[in-house]
Design a protein around this ligand. Structure first.
Ligand code: DP6
Length: 330
């Protein structure tokens, strides 16, 4: 007997960043965060459970997953299966699992592939087992795989609530993708795997003297960002997002061991984008745990910003995306 399902999920770019956990094992975030799904990038994952499979198989982008990734996925899946038995949503042992996952974008360079990966995986597992769960449950399980993945479950612009417990820290949609036609121009500076991934970074965020201050003031930035999105106030969104990104990287650079993700070209892009904004172009820069710069623009400014980005030296490629929909079964 085999059961199968395929799901697609988009990565997301955070305007207010998730950095550090109050519980690392549960991926309970130190602060809430806000992001936008990225429509033109995606992870597509097929999950098959079968009693005929002799082993578990996990393939990512055509290759067998490395041991650390395999362990992370297996550990997460064991917890999820236990939960499903406990809820009585699952009655029979599903057998071994085959997971085939493909990304449409470079893995491990700050375009959060773990977000779309765990969002697609969560949906495909529930789909393959024939269990219909609400968005909150899906977001909860995606979060347990990778924190930012909970924001790739709902539609468009999403807020991940800090929550007061394991149960209520999930993401919900603030506005659908059609609400605001922002464009993310991703200046790809390196497609290489980062040396230190975000999971390890979160564990030591508290060693930075600036983390406490960043976390304490996050609710103010969340409120400004939420309102800026709802009112489509680009300048407010630009100011608060750039500031929040700089605060997160200040923490990263000052934690033990320090994480310095920027390359010289990263700084060149940040400074250029700030100048272009002063000249009147709607654009701002935000960066995750990698050197690539996401330049967020209004659709009116996007062609001019792209033209200018193309003239900057050191950018390997520019990817472009509008706001994306929710994770879905195909
Ligand atoms: C810098 O969600 O990748 O992109 O939970 O360990 O998988 P894990 O971390 P992850 O952290 C993302 C951090 C960030 C900021 C953000 O997306 O909010």
């Amino acid at each position: 007997m085999s059961k199968t399902a395929t799901a697609i999920a988009h990565p997301n770019i955070a305007f207010i960043k998730y950095w550090g956990n109050r519980d690392d094992a549960l991926r309970l975030p130190a602060n809430g965060s806000i992001s936008m799904n990225l429509e033109s990038l995606y992870t597509r994952t097929t999950v098959t459970f079968s009693t005929d499979l002799r082993n578990n198989v996990i393939k990512i982008n055509g290759k067998k997953a490395d041991n650390a990734t395999e362990f992370r996925i297996k550990d997460w899946l064991d917890d999820l299966i236990c939960y499903l038995y406990h809820k009585k949503w699952l009655k029979d042992a599903p057998g071994n699992v085959e997971i085939i996952s493909e990304n449409s974008f470079p893995t491990g360079a700050g375009i959060a592939s773990s977000a779309s990966a765990f969002a697609a995986l969560t949906l495909a597992v529930f789909g393959a087992l024939g269990i219909e769960a609400d968005e909150n449950v899906l977001s909860y399980w995606a979060r347990h795989g990778s924190g930012s993945a909970c924001r790739s479950i709902p539609e468009g612009f999403c807020e991940w609530a800090r929550g007061s417990s394991n149960e209520d820290s999930t993401a919900y949609s603030l506005a659908p993708a059609s609400h605001w036609d922002l464009v993310d121009l991703i200046a790809v500076i390196s497609g290489k795997h980062k040396k230190v991934g975000s999971s390890k970074g979160h564990w030591s965020a508290d060693t930075s003297p600036f983390q406490e201050q960043r976390v304490r003031t996050a609710p103010e930035r969340i409120a400004v960002c939420r309102q800026a999105i709802l009112e489509k106030d680009f300048s407010a969104l630009a100011e608060v997002s750039e500031k929040d990104m700089l605060m997160m990287h200040s923490v990263m650079m000052t934690q033990e061991p320090p994480l310095f993700y920027w390359e010289p070209v990263t700084i060149r892009v940040i400074k250029a984008v700030r100048e272009w904004r002063e000249e009147g172009l709607d654009c701002f820069a935000t960066i995750d745990a990698g050197p690539n710069v996401h330049v967020i623009c209004t659709s009116e400014s996007a062609p001019a910003v792209r033209e200018r980005l193309e003239k900057l030296k050191g950018i390997r490629e520019i990817l472009s995306s509008g706001p994306g929909g929710k994770a879905h079964l195909v």
